[in-house]
Design a binder for this molecule. Sequence first.
Ligand code: ZN
Length: 228
Amino acid sequence: MELRKINDRVFYYPHQPETDRPMLAYIKGDKFSLAIDAGNSAYHVDEFYKALEAQKLKKPDFTVITHWHWDHTFGMHRISGLSIAHNKTNEFLGKEKTKIFDKAYLDFLKNDDKCFGKEYKNNKKVVIVQADIRFQESLSLNLGRMTAKIFHAESPHSDDTVLIYIPEEKILFLGDATSEDFFNDGFMDKEKLRALINLIEKTDCKFCILSHTEPLTKTDLLYYLKSI
Ligand SMILES: [Zn+2]
């Protein structure tokens, strides 16, 4: 699969529904480049980096994680450069790292989630690591004529939700923030969703990028979210 272009400095490697792989984004500053999410396995990272190379783009200096779910983090051990995550994301990953040593838990994951089973078929090894850089509220990266404003936000999907806003390009990356909570029987917390809608409305952005779908305009996303 090929890397797709939002503009000259923002790219993404499309999501892959068969194994629940989220899209991986790439922000190219003059000095540093930033990837958004680490993918669901080492193989996912390798594919992404190959697609970057084909466009003569260097490997990312930083990779920021939108939330702890396996499909966004289990490739983290394979990334080039430094990883960045919210304190809570790191806590969740620490717990998962201990739990995964238990074969019964690993088997449960493989059976429970068909996509996980497919990605890790033939006993491929699951490796979980925590991030190099941790933060609580927000973090701003100067990538060189390009800023990444990374911040924690309230969301119905997970408590450790992190959004990334690129003001120069008017793009907001939301990970899975607008989805329901799969770890709470798919519960959609309407209050949290409303808080998130307010935040999106206030953000000066043209595009809103979710992990498991094609890029959307802000208008289209808000129209959809208000129908929930
Ligand atoms: Zn998720």
